[in-house]
Design a protein around this ligand. Structure first.
Ligand code: NDP
Ligand code: PMR
Length: 351
């Protein structure tokens, strides 16, 4: 269903023709980068705002990205010797939570230059500094996923930087479980689906052209999904359940005026809108993989990071939830582990 959604939405977007190639710039800025030039980021834990669990969660992202994305070996023609170039990875929503931890983990390897694609430049700069990310290993670029114009501008800015894109991590999201009325993106789409799905959909579609040019042996386009969108799991059966219905709300523009603000055309429900957006995220990756993997060599995948109850994602939830959810998740996972019922592959909350 979300696959149809993806094609419905894609027809509404104009994907501009490939920007002018800046290959020479790219190569000159990437060749000759020596790993020994990299200054390891400061691991000082006191500077970190997030807890130990974060780093463990991020291990998932790091493991996935690093396992396959070995830096390409280029031949520096002038010197006639092999050099390793840093990979370039865009992470959306890298100003907090999982995105910040992923940016830090990737940057610390010295093998990646991370483009932190964030809506609040100053917050991102402060976050990068307090996480101790070495400044030569990241660049902050403005991206507000709740505005398709901003997405297009981000892509232009990225192209002007002359970098080659090897990995894109679509991580940013909003969750508005207590909203009584829908709010909207700049173009008038319901905010959760507009930000989490439509913004990332356009970003992925545009940056696909850039990733095609990358010579990395393994290129990845990753989106952060969630178990709460999967109705074949216990977590996915906690009401309200994700359901895209026949997509009538999406087809009508998700604007809450002449159509519903919900994809399935139903009454607005902020928690359901988030879960619907995650279903779209996951199915979009499946469909992109089906359509473009063979042609481009890019691996498209979604991942579930486990439950990280202490991130900013729950900032709009009721105070009681924010108070009880972190200890509940911890005790719950530990209990399962003690009873030997921890599903290790999907549960990362009990380390
Ligand atoms: P956070 O709220 O800490 O991080 C979300 C990030 O998204 C923030 O950096 C935020 O920016 C950014 N963001 C929000 N709206 C926009 C926008 N319009 N444009 C650009 N960036 C935006 O939450 P998490 O780290 O927990 O969430 C990261 C991902 O993990 C999300 O996709 C979430 O759905 C997923 N996830 C999280 C789980 C959890 O248990 N925490 C479980 C399952 C999935 P700003 O800092 O400016 O607010
Ligand atoms: Mg859940 C036993 C499995 C399980 C898991 C893995 C999660 C993950 N949750 C589980 C069970 C339950 N939750 C149960 C039994 C309940 C009580 C009915 C419950 C409740 C609950 C609420 C109210 N859970 C929640 C909420 C949220 O507001 C969170 C949410 O749905 O955000 C979209 C949430 C979550 N539970 C999870 C995870 C990972 C979340 C955050 C999901 C996300 O960020 O995508």
């Amino acid at each position: 269903m979300a696959l149809q959604a993806a094609s419905l939405v894609s027809s509404a977007f104009v994907v501009p023709k490939e920007g002018k190639s800046s290959a020479s710039l790219k190569e000159s800025s990437l060749l000759g980068v020596s790993l020994s030039d990299h200054v390891k980021a400061d691991f000082s834990s006191s500077a970190l705002k997030f807890k130990r669990e974060f780093n463990l969660r991020v291990g998932t992202v790091r493991a996935q990205s690093m396992a396959t994305a070995t830096p390409a070996v280029n031949r520096a023609s002038s010197e006639g010797k092999k050099t390793l170039r840093q990979g370039c990875c865009v992470v959306t929503g890298a100003s907090s939570g999982l995105g910040l931890a992923a940016a830090k983990a990737l940057a610390e390897t010295g093998k990646w230059h991370v483009i932190m694609a964030c809506r609040d430049f100053l917050k991102a700069e402060r976050a990068a500094k307090s996480a101790g990310i070495a400044k030569e290993n990241y660049t902050i670029m403005h991206l507000d996923l709740a505005s398709l114009d901003s997405v297009r501008q981000f892509v232009d800015t990225f192209r002007q930087s002359g970098r080659t894109l090897d990995v894109l991590v679509c991580n940013a999201a909003v969750y508005l479980p207590t909203a009584k009325e829908p709010t909207f993106t700049a173009e008038g789409f319901e905010l959760s689906v507009g930000t989490n799905h439509l913004g990332h959909f356009l970003l992925s579609r545009l940056l696909l052209e850039d990733m095609k040019k990358s010579d990395y042996p393994s290129k990845r386009l990753i989106i952060v999904g969630s178990i709460t969108g999967n109705t074949n799991t216990l977590a996915g059966n906690v009401p309200p359940k994700a359901n895209l219905g026949d997509l009538r709300g999406l087809a009508g523009g998700l604007n809450g005026l002449n159509s519903s603000a919900m994809i399935d055309g139903g009454e607005f429900d902020g928690a359901k809108a988030y879960k619907d957006s995650k279903v779209c995220n996951m199915l979009t990756m499946q469909e992109l993989h089906r359509r473009f993997h063979e042609e481009t060599g890019i691996t498209f995948a979604s991942l579930y990071p486990g439950c990280i109850a202490t991130t900013g994602l729950f900032r709009e939830h009721i105070p009681l939830f924010r108070l009880l959810f972190p200890p509940f998740q911890k005790v719950h996972h530990q209990g399962l582990r003690l009873r030997g019922r921890c599903w290790k592959k999907t549960c990362s909350g009990c380390e």
